[in-house]
Design a protein around this ligand. Sequence first.
Ligand SMILES: C=CC1=C(C)c2cc3[nH]c(cc4nc(cc5[nH]c(cc1n2)c(C)c5CCC(=O)O)C(CCC(=O)O)=C4C)c(C)c3C=C
Ligand SMILES: [Fe+2]
Ligand SMILES: [Fe+2]
Length: 386
Amino acid sequence: MSPFSLLQAGRATSQGLLSRPLARYLASKAPTPKTGVLLMNLGGPKDEKEVFSFLHRLFSDPDLIPLPFQSRIAPWIARRRTPQIVEQYNAIGGGSPILDWTRRQGQALEKRMDVLAPESAPHKVYIGMRYAKPLTEEAVEEMVQDGVERAVAFTQYPQYSCSTTGSSLNELRRQLETHDPERRIRWSILDRWADDTGLLKAVSKRITQALQTYPEEERDSVVLLFSAHSLPMSVVNRGDPYPAEVADTVAGVMRMLGRKNPYRLVWQSQVGPSAWLGAQTSDAIKGYGKQGIRNLLVVPIAFTSDHIETLYELDLEYGHVAKEAGVTGYKRVESLNDMPEFIEGMASLLKGHLASGMKSTGKQLSLQCPSCEKDVCRMTKNYFEQ
Ligand SMILES: C=CC1=C(C)c2cc3[nH]c(cc4nc(cc5[nH]c(cc1n2)c(C)c5CCC(=O)O)C(CCC(=O)O)=C4C)c(C)c3C=C
Ligand SMILES: [Fe+2]
Ligand SMILES: [Fe+2]
């Protein structure tokens, strides 16, 4: 076991497991990690008390939702939305499991990397969420304090969007400018892994496992409904690569599966009145119901772990839609979470990245934020390319 796993609590100051001084003391006793790996994700409230602050940060982010008078409007929207979202989190156990899953993924990844890539060991995984604790800032502070010299920003969104990975990278750059002004940490970016073999294998295995639960004679006709978080059409229209990269993952999974099941890519989690990319997952379910299709297997294809969008929206909300529509064989593929094949995939992706000399992956160089011309993204590109 990695020495850092033993000191797991030491990195958990923001998660309230230990007092900050004790955590600092424990961290000071650990060896300096040779490689720091920052897992970046959206984050979620751990309980209902955190829902407002989570939504407040989210609606304050112009990379996700540009709003007029953002700093004044964001708390207002967050306050209005909080009761409804608290109810949704309560329906799935009171909070988002995204941090628990990310921690488990991180621990398993750290352990596997120390074996798989001894040349870059010891590895230490940090977690930087965009809108909930532990925030990017806390992770960066800890990395600086640990004396990390080489680090990989490893986004947990396999497909690139300026509103997700782009936003996390912009935030990382801002935090580094404050907390590491001398640029002691050498960074590289690991993102745009939509077609990564490990990812495709893990999703394919999940689908195969789920298909086994249907009667054998019905298995080939089960409709595979790949569902990804939607994007506002304004973001799609400026050329955000996310829809194409999601489609790439779907095509790769279907190739790897080697099955002839009917399949379709649909979009969920639209927010607010503006136009979003469709077709909506819920409309597709209703449509299949009307056609008399009974067996629908939903595959979350842009999330790597469980949270409100899988547990509430896909399972509860759309489970109800399916029931109303007569889709009696509506099921959802289990999320990747800490599936060993997925961890193995993450580890070999990371190992390959490190072996490439810690430069950005090259094949799909991330840092161009390909869709947008925002100054903030250009600044981030310049920062990491130096
Ligand atoms: C691929 C992942 C995601 C994309 C793309 C994405 C775009 C996006 N999201 C919003 C607004 C909200 N998203 C919310 C929750 C949420 N979003 C993602 C992922 C992506 N978002 C996740 C994993 C979660 C769940 C967090 C958790 O439970 O841990 C929410 C909060 C819930 C709600 O109020 O409905 C909002 C709001 C926009 C506007 C957007 C694209 C620009
Ligand atoms: Fe951008
Ligand atoms: Fe979202």
